[in-house]
Design a protein around this ligand. Structure first.
Ligand SMILES: [Zn+2]
Length: 286
C-alpha cells in the first residue's frame, strides 16, 4: 500500500505493554444512528433465524485458532511499522466511511482502535490475543494485538500490509453494522434462538457482510491509486485463509459445515470481492 501521505488516526488508544491490565474505560457513544437508507440489510429470508453467541459478545472469533504469545513476537522495527500502518489504515476508514455517511445525511461515529499486548479489559469482557482482532459493540472499540500480524504471516501465510489492513477494515465493518442497526437486530434474533445451526447461519451472514464492507473500503483505496501490484491478491489470500473450513481443517483435520460461524474461504473471498468490485455498500446485504 502507498500510505505515505496519509494521516494517522487520533482514535488510537495505546495499551501495549500493559498486558492483562483492567484498563476499562467504557464509553457508550451517543445515540444509535439507526438503519441507514443506503444499505439494504435486513433480507426477509433471515428473519426468524437465531444467532446465538455471535454479535452480542462482540468477540470476533474470525481469526481465532491462532495462538499468539503474551510477549510480542515482532521485532522493534516491525512493531513500529505496524503501529504506524494501523493508525493510517484506521484514518482511511474514517474518511471513507465518514464520506459515505455524510452523502446519506448521517454522521459517522468513529470507532477507537485499542492496541494491546496479551490481554486487556473491554466492555465485552477480557480481550485476549488468542481471540484474534475483534470489535466490541458496547464500547465501540476495535481490539488489536499487533503480534497477530506475525501469525498471519507464519500460520496463515497471508503477509503484506494490505492483508493486515483488510483485517482492520473487516473489524470496522462490524462497527458499521453496529451503527446501522444490524448488530442490534442480530442480537434480537439471538433471543429468539431455536437451534445452533440456524444461529450459525446468521453468524455467517454477519461475518460476510463485514467482509463485503471491507471490500468497499478496498475499492476506494484502489480508486485513490494507493495499492501496489499484488496488494489485492494479498488481501484475497487473507480473506481465504480465515475461512472456517480452512481453520477447521487446520485445527481438527476435518470440516463440520454446521459449526461454521464465519463462512467458508470461498464465501469470504466472494463477499470481499463483491465490495471491492462495486465500491457500493448497498451490495453488502445481510
Ligand atoms: Zn468478523
Amino acid at each position: 500500500m502507498r500510505l505515505g501521505n496519509e494521516r494517522e488516526s487520533r482514535n488510537v488508544e495505546d495499551r501495549r505493554g500493559q498486558g492483562g491490565s483492567s484498563n476499562r474505560r467504557v464509553s457508550l457513544g451517543g445515540g444509535k444512528t439507526g438503519i441507514l437508507g443506503f444499505i439494504i440489510v435486513l433480507i426477509g429470508a433471515y428473519y426468524g433465524v437465531d444467532l446465538s453467541g455471535v454479535v452480542g459478545l462482540g468477540q470476533d472469533s474470525n481469526f481465532q485458532s491462532y495462538q499468539t504469545t503474551q510477549s510480542s513476537n515482532l521485532s522493534m522495527a516491525e512493531e513500529s511499522e505496524l503501529n504506524t500502518l494501523s493508525r493510517k489504515v484506521l484514518y482511511t476508514t474514517e474518511r471513507i466511511w465518514g464520506s459515505y455517511f455524510k452523502q446519506n445525511g448521517l454522521t459517522y461515529r468513529e470507532p477507537k482502535l485499542v492496541l494491546y499486548t496479551g490481554a486487556t479489559g473491554t466492555a465485552c469482557g477480557t480481550g485476549q490475543s488468542v481471540m484474534g482482532p475483534f470489535y466490541c459493540p458496547t464500547d465501540e472499540k476495535i481490539y488489536l494485538d499487533l503480534s497477530f500480524y506475525h501469525d498471519m504471516k507464519t500460520k496463515m501465510r497471508a503477509a503484506g500490509d494490505f492483508a493486515f489492513a483488510y483485517v482492520i477494515a473487516h473489524e470496522v465493518g462490524h462497527h458499521i453494522q453496529n451503527q446501522i442497526g444490524v448488530t442490534q437486530w442480530t442480537q434480537q434474533q439471538q433471543r429468539q434462538a431455536n437451534s445452533k445451526t440456524a444461529a450459525n447461519k446468521i453468524s455467517v451472514r454477519v461475518e460476510l457482510q463485514a467482509d463485503c464492507f471491507a471490500g468497499v473500503w478496498g475499492y476506494q483505496i484502489q480508486q485513490e491509486g494507493k495499492l501496489d501490484q499484488g496488494d489485492v491478491e494479498e488481501a484475497f489470500v487473507a480473506a481465504e485463509a480465515v475461512g472456517d473450513d480452512r481453520l477447521q481443517k487446520q485445527s481438527q483435520g476435518r470440516v463440520i459445515p454446521d459449526s461454521f460461524t464465519h463462512g467458508t474461504s470461498a464465501q469470504r473471498l466472494a463477499a470481499f470481492r463483491k465490495g471491492l468490485q462495486t465500491g457500493n455498500p448497498a451490495v453488502c446485504e445481510l
